[in-house]
Design a protein around this ligand. Sequence first.
Ligand SMILES: [Zn+2]
Length: 248
Amino acid sequence: MEQNIVEQIRDFSDDRLVNGCLYCGGLEESRDHVPSRVFLDSPFPDQLPVVGSCVSCNNDFSQDEAYVACLIESVLAGSTNPDDIRRERIGDLLRRTPKLRAKLEAAKTIVADNVQFEVESKRIRNVVLKLARGHAAFELSQVCRDEPSSFRCLPLALMTEVEINDFDASDVVCYLGEIGSRGMQRMLVAQFNFASPDETDSTLGAVINDWIDVQENRYRYLAIDDGNDITVKIVIAEYLACEVVWTK
Ligand SMILES: [Zn+2]
């Protein structure tokens, strides 16, 4: 039941909620795609979500985003050789940035025939927090510049089936977020049918906040505001599962 396209839904909530650079509060000098295009392949979805950012934040993030995108593809290929990388765009990026490739190559070890990479977790965290902040702003009209109350980021392959089911579930909404935010406008109203023991069925309406599939097998996210917590879940390349929570 995933939504396939990102529509540029007009945000009717108060513009003052998201003002200036989303990340540092400085002057808004540019528009930043969330997710950054380095996580997607062409043809790109028509209208990617954008948030305001300053030039300095924008530049800082793009280095780390290139690192994370190249790291993920190198891990999946078990190699940093551009010819082995499945995503052409990332193969090209590694060709163009020999320094980054050398860095990844130096982080590579082979243990019992398994290729492993030592990761720079600070850079991964920096990127995931940035993406989560972007989704919270774009979907929920919430500015989350503080440190999150919880941060989780691990390969889907390391999660148990129960954990994956729990992580992947869409959100049945008990609390409706910022009136007019994009997230609110996107929600799907679903009906659940319950068969009762006396064989009369009853129907319960519920509002479903579902995952947004920005590009299949490349990037999806779900942003939830339950009144107490802002939770953003992200899956990059169907490999890296991330969950960031800010308690209000
Ligand atoms: Zn900034």
